[in-house]
Design a binder for this molecule. Structure first.
Ligand SMILES: [Fe+2]
Ligand SMILES: [Fe+2]
Length: 243
């Protein structure tokens, strides 16, 4: 499990986050398909339901989110947050595009609708930025174990490079969102709600995609332990950065 406390990013201001996203934007992944072979049918059946689900979840125009972001930026007098979130949304759309390219290569169609994605989007809209970001960062923490497991499901160099890039980008995202959450009260009921949200989502994700996790070396207790460990770290970051 990655230790967020060791990263200097957990002390970044929005200005520094802007600089980071701008730098990171210059090192986008070029996926090398030159050695990509057809996948065995069993592997296709195992990985593509979750790949399609995550591809759908990664992509969003962020229009609704940006309306909330503007309100937060004005209230907290942090105009740089708007640009940071625009850059963040762009990065997520790159993630969606990487997955789409992989699916295209293997002639797998994108999902029009997704049950999990719909639930996540509805939950995000229940409140302001705090609600949006809490739900977002919960999904991003789960993505950390997912891409780690997915990368070990095949020998595909292309897929491994995508998963590596995802992990490289998602770890900072968790710290970025935790910083935003530190602007809000995070009392015991908030923490309990967050833990329940994580646990319920984990049950759905394990129920739907456990074969990918198992093939990637995760059993249920390891899956639970890693994800709850990330949540614990994020809660600690919010508490220590609390202003
Ligand atoms: Fe992402
Ligand atoms: Fe992310």
């Amino acid at each position: 499990m990655v230790d967020f406390k060791k990263s200097k990013m957990n002390r970044f201001t929005y200005k520094e986050w802007n600089d980071y996203f701008s730098r990171n934007d210059k090192r986008r992944l070029k996926i090398d398909f030159s050695q990509e072979k057809n996948l065995p049918e069993a592997v296709r059946r195992r990985i593509f339901p979750s790949v399609r689900e995550f591809q759908k979840g990664e992509g969003s125009d962020g229009k609704y989110l940006m309306e909330r972001v503007e309100i937060f930026a004005d209230e907290n007098q942090v105009p740089e947050y708007k640009e940071a979130m625009e850059r963040f949304v762009r990065e997520e759309n790159w993630h969606s595009a990487y997955m789409k390219k992989y699916m295209d290569f293997h002639h797998v169609g994108a999902k029009e609708t997704s049950f999990l994605d719909r639930i996540f989007r509805s939950l995000r809209r229940l409140g302001g930025v705090k609600c949006e970001v809490t739900v977002l960062v919960t999904a991003e923490m789960i993505a950390l174990t997912y891409y780690d497991a997915l990368s070990r499901n095949t020998d595909s160099i292309a897929l491994k490079s995508i998963c590596k890039q995802m992990l490289h980008d998602e770890i900072p995202h968790v710290m970025f969102q935790s910083y935003t959450l530190s602007h809000f009260q995070n009392n015991l009921p908030d923490k309990l709600m967050w833990i329940i949200l994580m646990e319920v989502t984990l049950l759905f994700v394990w129920g739907a995609f456990r074969n990918v996790y198992r093939s990637g070396g995760y059993d249920f207790s390891m899956f639970l332990k890693e994800n709850m460990g990330y949540l614990q770290q994020s809660i600690e970051l919010v508490d220590t950065q609390r202003r």
